[in-house]
Design a binder for this molecule. Structure first.
Ligand SMILES: Nc1ncnc2c1ncn2[C@@H]1O[C@H](COP(=O)(O)OP(=O)(O)OP(=O)(O)O)[C@@H](O)[C@H]1O
Ligand SMILES: [Mg+2]
Length: 248
């Protein structure tokens, strides 16, 4: 469904992603595991096309030069130069890191804003799906999103991505800042998103332990470079992963 070939991203002269190639098959949950500054967000922004907007913005303000090399192929089509809003139409939807929600709008309003490309009926249907997936949100329907806990905001942020009706859902650090109990809830919800909607999912995470068991395939990156690949199970048993991510 998606293929990245020899991706390199530079911020000025600093290399953030170094010759990265990966594949995602339809229906899979694929993980990109890496610690801070490994290049996860840069990769996710490249997949969603957001980096092209960043590049234009930087150019306009005379800021840093962002150089992108390599290819992003979606269902056989080279989309490397396709802007983010067109990729959304293909069903490629990114849920950015640190659960960005509109704090002064209610939960329902946030979902409606996210679904502006969809019909009212579609938004209503997926809104119900979100409340099924995240029962915690149900009682806060009319609460301002800024008053929700971090975990609840993360759930809402994933819900906002779902309302767009993705075919390929990109989640950038969905577990960041959450307690272990909340992390379990979000992992459970991601599992049921996949079961209920069949959407293909790419997750970038530094918390490997809760994520690995659900991965069909995982890529471990360090300093923008691929260091290990394998099924979630293989990676869980890998001694390097154990020492780097499990503290074993
Ligand atoms: N806009 C930018 N300008 C300059 N350097 C950047 C920019 N964004 C990221 N970088 C650098 O690129 C590298 C990769 O950053 P990136 O944000 O992709 O990592 P990450 O894996 O998402 O990290 P985190 O876990 O902290 O979110 C880092 O060294 C970072 O400092
Ligand atoms: Mg990041």
């Amino acid at each position: 469904m998606l293929e990245v070939k020899g991706l390199m991203v530079f911020y000025e002269n600093a290399l953030a992603v170094n010759d990265l190639s990966l594949k995602v098959q339809a229906g899979q949950v694929v993980g990109v595991i890496g610690s801070n500054s490994a290049g996860k967000t840069t990769l996710m922004n490249t997949l969603s096309g957001l980096i092209l907007d960043q590049r234009i913005k930087e150019l306009r303000k005379g800021g840093e030069r962002i150089t992108i090399m390599g290819k992003v192929i979606h269902e056989g089509q080279d989309i490397s130069d396709m802007p983010a809003y067109e990729r959304v139409r293909l069903g490629i939807v990114l849920c950015r890191e640190r659960h960005p929600v509109f704090p002064d709008s209610t939960v329902l309003e946030n979902l409606a804003i996210a679904g502006h490309l969809r019909s009212k009926v579609e938004v209503a249907q997926t809104t119900e799906l979100c409340f099924d997936l995240f029962p915690n949100l149900t009682r806060w329907r009319r609460r301002k999103a800024g008053f929700l806990s971090g975990g609840e905001q993360q759930m809402l942020a994933i819900g906002m991505a779902l309302v767009v009706r993705p075919r390929l859902l990109l989640l950038d650090e969905p577990l960041l800042g959450l307690s272990p109990a909340m992390q379990e809830k979000v992992v459970e919800a991601i599992r049921s998103v996949r079961e209920k909607t069949g959407v293909t999912i790419v997750i970038a995470e530094q918390f490997a332990r809760p994520i690995l068991p659900m991965l069909d395939f995982g890529y471990v990156i360090e300093n923008g470079m691929l260091t290990l690949t394998g099924s979630g199970r293989d990676l869980m048993e890998n001694p390097e992963v154990k020492s780097a991510y499990f503290g074993l």
